[in-house]
Design a protein around this ligand. Structure first.
Ligand SMILES: Nc1ncnc2c1ncn2[C@@H]1O[C@H](COP(=O)(O)OP(=O)(O)OP(=O)(O)O)[C@@H](O)[C@H]1O
Ligand SMILES: [Mg+2]
Length: 246
């Protein structure tokens, strides 16, 4: 049984927007890269996995349990870092951590402390006054404080500086070593390339490719498909190639 499974999911928002017949699976211990340009359907797919959105067609599962029907059971096993974070601005970081710990029924805050230290979170001040980077760190700590078996990260490093991005990559690698299953979404190939075992590419709401990352890394010859809008564009391209060879 796969840890995460997306089976023929369709959510049609009209005008060609949404996701259509999306299917893929993430196995235990795998780091899965979910790659696609802006508006391709990454967040929509992830929201279905999390059980926030009901599919019009198809189903998603977390450890074999339907995402929509078994929402509460699934939340214990899954940690989700959204791409756009919304934190309660009237609280301090410390108050928010306490609130999330209570909501999750957490008694032991050892893992929270470990994450706070790792990401150098200073949670003492008001959330409203925090920099974007600090808010992002607070979101990371509260998303994964319950040490979930499955980590889902939408646009994982947006809002983090290069040093913290490095910390983040190490965090993903460490979690993988601890046997966790991880889904990373991004529109930047290099962001997920460093850590992923398998990559699926989504475009215009449809999966266009799903491959083992190492196959791409070790491939010596690469094949590219070029499409031209008009015959004139094609002729201009050929002419340019011939010029550059002359
Ligand atoms: N609630 C909604 N109502 C209508 N259209 C929506 C809704 N949510 C998403 N869409 C549309 O569905 C498509 C996919 O959006 P989605 O947010 O899943 O893309 P994404 O791959 O996460 O993009 P990004 O990289 O910008 O985060 C877009 O065309 C978007 O405008
Ligand atoms: Mg998105």
């Amino acid at each position: 049984m796969s840890v995460l499974e997306v089976a023929n999911v369709t959510k049609d928002y009209g005008h060609g927007r949404g996701i259509f017949e999306v299917s893929f699976a993430v196995e235990k211990g795998e780091v899965f890269g979910f790659l696609g340009p802006n508006g391709a359907g990454k967040t929509t797919t992830i929201r279905h996995i999390m059980g926030f959105s009901k599919p019009q067609k198809g189903q998603t599962f977390v450890n074999g349990r339907d995402s929509w029907q078994k929402y509460y059971e699934n939340q214990k096993e899954i940690g989700y870092l959204p791409g756009e974070i919304a934190l309660p601005e009237s609280l301090t970081g410390t108050q928010f951590i306490k609130m999330m710990a209570e909501l999750r029924g957490l008694k032991n805050l050892e893992h929270t402390e470990y994450l706070s230290e790792k990401f150098q979170l200073d949670a003492t001040g008001g959330i409203k006054q925090m920099s974007l980077g600090m808010k992002r760190k607070l979101a990371v700590v509260t998303a994964f404080m319950h040490d979930p078996q499955v980590l889902v990260l939408d646009e994982r490093t947006s809002g983090l500086d290069p040093m913290m991005q490095e910390v983040f990559i190490n965090f993903v690698k460490e979690e993988k070593q601890r046997g966790k299953t991880i889904l990373l979404s991004s529109h930047i190939f290099s962001e997920i390339d460093a850590t992923c075992d398998r990559i699926a590419i989504i475009k215009d709401g449809r999966i266009v490719s799903n491959f083992v990352a190492d196959d791409l890394r070790h491939q010596e010859t690469k094949t590219f498909k070029l499409e031209f809008k008009t015959a004139a564009d094609y002729q201009a391209f050929i002419a340019q190639c011939q010029n550059s060879r002359a």
